[in-house]
Design a protein around this ligand. Structure first.
Ligand code: GLU
Length: 441
């Protein structure tokens, strides 16, 4: 059965880049009728925060990306210790004692000599007595996985055929000197034990994948299918990594971005399929295929989310936005007609308030000198209430007859006088909502 997972580290809020990973894994699982796991990668006790775990869950729920299972790596440490023991028994795990400064020096030397900066495995030659001495002086060493120096090949769902020479990669550290288990092994143990069949993640993980394939094989696990999506860049192709902090999902939510706008964009951006607004997640699942994504960096422009948000909102019935309409201050009896008027004139729900204020308080009238008399005459001709969708037509007809004005010369001064703006909602739908006018009618 298809099983995927989204595995964020709770060291910050999730952003658009994470969302891409989450969504691809989610859609693969749902399309196959499989299982989607939310895995919290919290083996780093210093950097992992409970508040971020809660925030990740809230953000996923806001998007409607529901998980079937939640797992936490901090609750599975004994499994990782077992796997480490196994690797030790197999002779694939060794303790190394170099300090970061020493490693840095080695790397610099290698680079100077034109060699790739790969760990030289000096620790493999240490005798037991030497290790004992180093341990006494420096504390416990780190544990490195001994890669088999052969080529590591896989067919990547996005990148195609990949072949990496293991000799060009340093033996990865899987356990730190203080005993902290690192992601590289924890993830392998989880993916294997949880029966993960498909792993989609960012292309910054390609080298990890190479080493993880060897660890999975050493532990006798089944390798999942891997796909590495490209990283996002800004609209001009500039690196986005530093700005991702400002593209947290909760900030976008604050700015009024709608989940379906975000999901519609991220489920297709960087693929050969066009970005189109979808009305629900089921529609996104239908057309989704991870193999249709390209390897080139994907340009992301936060501004693209707003027209999609506007379009999505336009399609909604009042029932879906009733809370936001009420929060804007609109009385329940006007909610339906207010929404009819406002839906085509907002970008986000945050714009509702402004339209309601216009209805409730009126606007500073915009009246040119030459229109002053005309406006007075027109106001005097306002029909009796109650106002409805016909009122504007009846009224302007009467004004036309009395003043001889027509077309733009008739409508524009009225619009500007009533709304203070040259453009805006249909006057026929707006007029019955203008409370000041109602009071006069
Ligand atoms: N916690 C890892 C990360 O956020 C997960 C990577 C993976 O999907 O394996 O980068």
């Amino acid at each position: 059965m298809t099983t995927t997972r989204f595995a964020p580290s709770p060291t910050g809020y999730i952003h658009v880049g994470n969302l891409r990973t989450a969504l691809m894994n989610y859609l693969i699982a749902r399309k196959a009728g499989g299982t989607f796991i939310l895995r919290i990668d919290d083996t780093d006790p210093e950097r992992s925060k409970e508040e971020y775990v809660d925030a990740i869950k809230q953000d996923m729920e806001w998007l409607g990306l529901h998980w079937d299972r939640i797992e936490r790596q901090s609750e599975r440490l004994d499994r990782y210790a077992d796997a480490a023991d196994k690797l030790r028994e197999m002779g694939r795990f060794y303790e190394a004692f170099e300090t970061p400064t020493e490693l840095d020096l080695k790397r610099k030397k290698q680079l100077n000599m034109g060699k790739p900066p790969v760990y030289d495995r000096a620790a493999l030659n240490l005798s037991d007595a030497e290790k004992e001495k180093l341990r006494a002086e420096r504390g416990n060493g780190v544990w490195r996985f001994k890669l088999d120096h052969e080529r590591i090949d896989w067919t990547d769902g996005i990148l195609g055929d990949i072949s990496i020479d293991a000799a060009s990669v340093s033996d990865p550290v899987l356990i730190r000197g203080d005993g902290q288990v690192l992601y590289t092994i924890a993830s392998v143990v989880d993916d294997t034990e949880m029966g993960v069949t498909d792993v989609v993640r960012g292309s910054d993980h390609v080298t990890n994948t190479a080493t993880q394939i060897q660890i999975i094989e050493a532990l006798g696990g089944q390798c999942p299918r891997f796909a590495h999506h490209s990283l996002l860049t800004g609209p001009q192709g500039e690196a986005l990594s530093k700005r991702l902090g400002t593209l947290a999902l909760r900030d976008l939510r604050e700015q009024g971005v709608q989940p379906m706008a975000l999901l519609s964009l991220m489920a297709r951006l960087g693929s050969s399929d066009p970005v189109e607004l979808r009305s629900d997640i089921a529609e996104l699942i239908e057309g989704f295929d991870v193999n249709r994504f390209g390897a080139a960096p994907t340009k992301f422009d936060v501004q693209d989310l707003f027209p999609l948000t506007a379009k999505h909102l336009q399609s909604l019935p009042l029932a879906d936005v009733a809370d936001a309409v009420a929060d804007a201050g609109v009385p329940a009896e006007l909610a339906e007609s207010f929404w009819e008027m406002a839906r085509e004139n907002i970008t986000t729900l945050g714009d509702l308030k402004g339209w309601w204020e216009l209805c409730r308080d009126g606007a500073e009238p915009l009246i040119a000198d030459e229109d002053r008399e005309f406006i007075e005459e027109a106001i005097a001709l306002l029909p009796e209430g109650p106002f409805d969708g016909e009122t504007w037509g009846t009224w302007t007809k009467a004004v036309k007859e009395a003043t001889g004005r027509k077309g733009k010369g008739l409508f524009m001064p009225l619009r500007k006088a009533l709304t203070g703006m040259e453009r805006g909602p249909e006057m026929a739908t707006l007029l019955p909502l203008l409370q000041v006018i109602r009071a006069r009618g």
